[in-house]
Design a protein around this ligand. Structure first.
Ligand code: SDX
Length: 432
C-alpha cells in the first residue's frame, strides 16, 4: 500500500482527515475513501461518476488526453492491424496473447459452441417482425439462463468459463438470427469451417435461394470492427454488467443488462444515431445548420458520434475506423459514398469550430462505424447489435474479473437525499 496520502480538513469541526492515495500502473492515482463514511460520516458526491474509479481492473487502460487505448497493455491500433478478434478475446479473458496450441484450442472451443438450442429460436417468434433487434438481444440473451442450468454457479470458476464460452460463441448466432427474423428470412445455422467473422457474415447474409460467398475484405473489416469495440474500461454498459453481476445474478442476466445499457443513443446506440443524423443532414450544404443546432444550449440536438466522457483527444478507434471505411467502400465500389463525404466535411468543420475545440469534442468510435456497417449491407437497426456482439467479450472478461476479486461485494451506492423530511400520514378527509 502506498504511503502517499491526501489530508483534507472539515471546517465544520476542524477535524483533519488523512486519506490514502493509491497509484496504479498508469493513469491518475486514486484517493481511497472506503473509510470516509465510517470514520468521518461523509459520503462523496459524483453524479455520472466523472471523477470516480468504481473498481480495480487489469484489463483495459484508456488515457483520454493522449488518446491511448490498451487491451492488457497492447495498443489498440497494433491489435487492429496485426491480431484477430478471437485472439483479442483470448487476450482480454486470460491476460496474455496465446501460443499456437492455446489459440487453436480456444478457436475450436468457440467454434464448436456457436449453435443455439433449437427451442431458443422459438423466442424470436414471440416478437413482432418490426421489433428492434436490440429488444430481441436483451430478451434472448437473458433467456439463456433458462437453458443452461449446468453453469450458473458464479462461484465455480469452471461454470464461469463455460458460461463465458457459451456467450462468446453464441452471441453472433443470436445477433444474426435477430436480423434474419426482422427481415422475414429463415435462420441460418453456423458453419464450423468458417472463421468467427466469416461465420457471422455467413449467418447474416446467406439464404436458401443462392450461394453466398463471404468476401475476405468484408470478413477482415468485421474482425477489425469487433476488435475495436471489444472492451473499453468502465463505460456505462460494462459498469452495468459489473453492478448486475455483483448481486451474484447469473452471467446471462448480467450481460442482458449490459445490452440494455448499450442500447442508449448516448452510448452504443450512437452509431445508429450517427447514420440517422447523416441521412437527416442529407447534403453537405446543410451541415452548417446542424452544427449550429449542436452548439445551441437550448436545442437538445447533439452531433452524434462526437464527444466522449474520457477521450478529450481523437478516439484512437475512430482513426482506425476512418481508414477501414475507405477500404470497405472501395471494396463495394462506393468510394464516393455521399454519406462518407458528409461525415468527413462535418468532421472538418467541427474540428475547426471553437465550440468543439474548447470542449475537446472529437469523433468517437461511433462516428465512422455506421458507414462501414451500412456499406456491408446492414440496416442502422443492426449497428448497436454488432457493437453488443463485440463488447460481449469485454463484458464477460470484466464480469469474471469482478466476481473472482478478493472481497467481492454487492455494489450499492448511496445518495444525497434532498426530499421531504419525515412527516406523519394525513387521513384523506383531513387533506386540502
Ligand atoms: C460510446 O464511455 C465509453 O467508453 C463509451 C464508449 C465505449 O466504447 O464503451 O466509448 C462508446 O458510448 C461513445 C460515445 C457515443 N455517444 C455519442 O456519440 C453521443 C453524442 N455524444 C454526447 O452525448 C456526449 O459527448 C457523451 C455522452 C458521449 C459524453 O457526455 P459527457 O461526458 O457527459 O459530456 P457533457 O455532456 O458534460 O458535455 C460537455 C459539453 C456540454 O456543453 P456545455 O454544457 O459545456 O456548454 O460538451 C457538449 C455538452 O453540451 N457536448 C456536445 C456533444 N457532446 C458533448 N455538444 C454537441 N454535440 C455533442 N456530441
Amino acid at each position: 500500500m502506498s504511503k502517499e496520502t491526501l489530508t483534507i480538513r472539515d471546517n465544520r469541526t476542524g477535524q483533519e482527515m488523512v486519506l490514502p492515495i493509491q497509484q496504479g500502473t498508469s493513469g491518475p492515482p486514486v484517493v481511497d475513501i472506503t473509510k470516509l463514511y465510517k470514520n468521518f460520516g461523509l459520503f462523496t458526491f459524483d453524479p455520472g461518476f466523472r471523477a470516480t474509479a468504481s473498481c480495480e481492473s487489469k484489463i483495459t487502460f484508456i488515457d483520454g488526453d493522449q488518446g491511448i487505448l490498451l487491451y492488457r497493455g497492447y495498443p489498440i491500433d497494433q491489435l487492429a492491424e496485426k491480431s484477430t478478434f478471437l485472439e483479442v478475446c483470448y487476450l482480454l479473458m486470460h491476460g496474455e496473447l496465446p501460443n499456437q496450441n492455446q489459440f487453436d484450442d480456444y478457436v475450436k472451443l468457440v467454434t464448436e459452441h456457436t449453435m443455439l438450442h433449437e427451442q431458443i429460436l422459438n423466442f424470436y417468434r414471440g416478437y413482432r417482425r418490426d421489433a428492434h433487434p436490440m429488444a430481441i438481444m436483451v430478451g434472448v440473451v437473458g433467456a439463456l439462463s433458462a437453458f443452461y442450468h449446468d453453469s450458473l454457479d458464479v462461484h465455480d470458476p469452471r461454470h464461469r468459463e463455460i458460461s463465458a464460452f457459451r456467450l462468446i460463441a453464441k452471441i453472433p448466432t443470436i445477433a444474426a438470427a435477430s436480423y434474419k427474423y426482422s427481415i422475414g428470412q429463415p435462420f441460418v445455422y453456423p458453419r464450423n469451417d468458417l472463421s468467427y467473422s466469416e461465420n457471422f457474415l455467413h449467418m447474416l447474409f446467406s439464404g436458401p435461394c443462392q450461394e453466398y460467398t463471404v468476401s475476405p475484405a468484408m470478413a477482415r473489416a468485421m474482425d477489425i470492427i469487433m476488435i475495436l469495440h471489444a472492451d473499453h474500461e468502465q463505460n456505462a454498459s460494462t459498469s452495468t454488467v459489473r453492478l448486475a453481476g455483483s448481486s451474484l445474478a447469473n452471467p446471462f442476466a448480467a450481460i442482458s443488462a449490459g445490452i440494455g445499457a448499450l442500447w442508449g443513443p448516448a452510448h452504443g446506440g450512437a452509431n445508429e444515431a450517427v447514420l440517422n443524423m447523416l441521412h437527416q443532414i442529407g447534403d453537405e450544404d446543410n451541415i452548417g445548420a446542424f452544427v449550429k443546432r449542436a452548439k445551441d444550449p437550448n436545442d437538445p440536438f447533439r452531433l452524434m458520434g462526437f464527444g466522449h466522457r474520457v477521450y478529450k483527444n481523437y478516439d484512437p478507434r475512430a482513426k482506425v475506423l476512418q481508414k477501414a471505411a475507405y477500404d470497405v467502400l472501395e471494396e463495394v465500389g462506393r468510394h464516393d459514398d455521399p454519406l462518407l463525404k458528409i461525415a468527413q466535411k462535418l468532421e472538418k468543420i467541427a474540428l475547426e469550430d471553437d465550440y468543439f475545440v474548447k470542449r475537446k469534442l472529437y469523433p468517437n468510435v461511433d462516428f465512422y462505424s455506421g458507414i462501414i456497417l451500412s456499406a456491408m449491407g446492414l440496416p442502422t437497426s443492426m449497428f448497436t447489435v454488432i457493437f453488443a456482439v463485440s463488447r460481449t467479450i469485454g463484458w464477460i472478461s470484466q464480469w469474471m474479473e469482478m466476481i473472482s476479486q478478493e472481497g467481492q461485494a454487492i455494489g450499492r451506492p448511496r445518495q444525497l437525499y434532498t426530499g421531504t423530511a419525515q412527516r406523519d400520514y394525513i387521513p384523506l378527509d383531513k387533506r386540502a
